[in-house]
Design a protein around this ligand. Structure first.
Ligand code: C2E
Ligand code: MG
Ligand code: MG
Length: 329
């Protein structure tokens, strides 16, 4: 009965709204907790319904999800990460590691990607795959993302001042960060503050970041490109992507997700799929980077495919700024 009523509610919310400037479509996600099975206080019930709602959102929105016990633990963990993350910047628990991206032909370092690391004094190392989504949910991604961009730009500038050429610095930008109206301005501010030439900076964004609000994304990307920055699509092939749109995005590079490297040596279908992705990128005039290259066979395959750049443990692990400099010469 609850499920049926919720669906009715979501359907009503999903009806188009006629506004002065055109039609607007909304969607909503619902999380449901039940009294007294799940909790017996209003505050707890709301908290659990909230956890269920996040699941509904992750499942693609416009749906409903009932709370279950496994979500409670996740909700508690999320709260812990949220609380601890708020202190991470002032307590200097964050740092950046740098992983080289190399030329597929000769293995020379082409540029580096900044990867965020968080070491909590009590919980130890926490993976970005775990805390970035939490930071996105609770809005902390903005100060965090700003810190990453500033630190990474300062680092390349410091290298340049010492006469060290590490190529470009690639920085991961999260969806929420990219969609901020002030994003372009904040990038411009960081470049001005650090004195880094824009041509030394590359931003990595995912497909879902730009597929959601295509026109706004294109406008933002054009502004960034006009400043002289490079733009890359990260984890290409894993998100929700419209190939028709891909052509319209002002992009420089495609980073092919490591999922497409699995089994290429043994499975002809996997090899064919990777080959097609490389051809697709090339026909769009984009430079291709393969991520997560873990062995010689994969590296060879990519070299023969003429994928320009490769990145992965087979070449280099992400390391500190001091260490990565040694790979540059
Ligand atoms: P990503 O941007 O696709 O980064 C590549 C990830 O793959 C990194 O994981 C890297 O350590 C790992 N990796 C590199 N080579 C290999 C390999 O050969 N094999 C395997 N199995 N893995 C490899 P990491 O550092 O844990 O980061 C995970 C994700 O978290 C990143 O994926 C990125 O989406 C996000 N992330 C990391 N740092 C930041 C950041 O500063 N800001 C934002 N918004 N997201 C970040
Ligand atoms: Mg990346
Ligand atoms: Mg990636």
């Amino acid at each position: 009965e609850l499920a049926r009523q919720t669906q009715t509610l979501l359907a009503r919310l999903g009806e188009p709204y006629e506004l002065q400037h055109g039609t607007v479509m909304l969607s909503a996600s619902a999380g449901i907790s039940c009294f007294p099975e799940h909790a017996d206080h209003a505050g707890d019930l709301l908290r659990l319904a909230d956890a269920a709602m996040y699941h509904a959102k992750r499942q693609g929105r416009n749906g409903h999800v009932f709370f279950d016990r496994s979500m409670a633990q996740e909700a508690d963990e999320t709260l812990l990460v949220d609380t601890a993350l708020r202190q991470a910047i002032p307590r200097h628990e964050l740092r950046l590691l740098y992983q080289p991206v190399v030329d597929a032909n000769n293995g020379h370092l082409g540029k580096v990607e900044a990867l965020l690391r968080w070491k909590h004094p009590e919980y130890g190392a926490i993976s970005p795959a775990r805390f970035i989504p939490v930071a996105e949910e609770c809005g902390l991604i903005l100060p965090l993302g700003h810190w990453v961009l500033l630190t990474a730009c300062r680092q390349v500038k410091a290298w340049l001042d010492q006469g060290i050429d590490m190529g470009e610095m690639a920085v991961n930008i999260s969806a929420h960060q990219f969609r901020q109206p002030e994003f372009v301005q904040s990038v411009r501010g960081i470049l001005a503050e650090t004195g880094l030439p824009a041509s030394r900076l590359e931003l990595e964004i995912t497909e879902s970041t730009i597929m959601h609000g295509v026109d706004e994304a294109i406008a933002t990307m054009k502004e960034l490109r006009a400043m002289g920055l490079r733009l890359a699509i990260d984890d290409f092939g894993t998100g929700y992507s419209s190939l028709a749109y891909l052509r319209r995005f002002p992009l420089d590079r495609l980073k092919i997700d490591r999922a497409f490297l699995a089994d290429i040596e043994t499975d002809p279908d996997a090899a064919a799929l990777l080959t097609s992705i490389v051809q697709l990128g090339r026909s769009l005039g984009l430079q291709l980077v393969a991520e997560g290259v873990e062995n010689f066979a994969q590296a060879e395959f990519l070299r023969i495919l003429e994928c320009e750049r490769v990145q992965g443990f087979h070449f280099y692990q992400p390391v500190s700024a001091e260490e990565v400099v040694g790979f540059g010469c």
